[in-house]
Design a protein around this ligand. Sequence first.
Ligand code: SF4
Length: 72
Amino acid sequence: MPRTVYVDKKECTSCGQCAENLPRYFQLDSSAISQSHNNGENINNADVPDMDVKLVQSEMDECPGECILWKR
Ligand code: SF4
């Protein structure tokens, strides 16, 4: 089932890891806080197709702020 990913921005440490590893889904905003996206759209409300769920999950697991979360 496709899922939706977002970052709980108040917990982001600005380490940049997710944006570096998976720029397709994560980018830093102008304050260096991460947010999810789809091609620069769906900001912090990014759709993730089944084929990429594991990739995003591994960024979640590695995020030092534990702040990458599934919305559904
Ligand atoms: S890995 Fe986590 S703490 Fe680091 S920039 Fe991404 S969301 Fe923020």
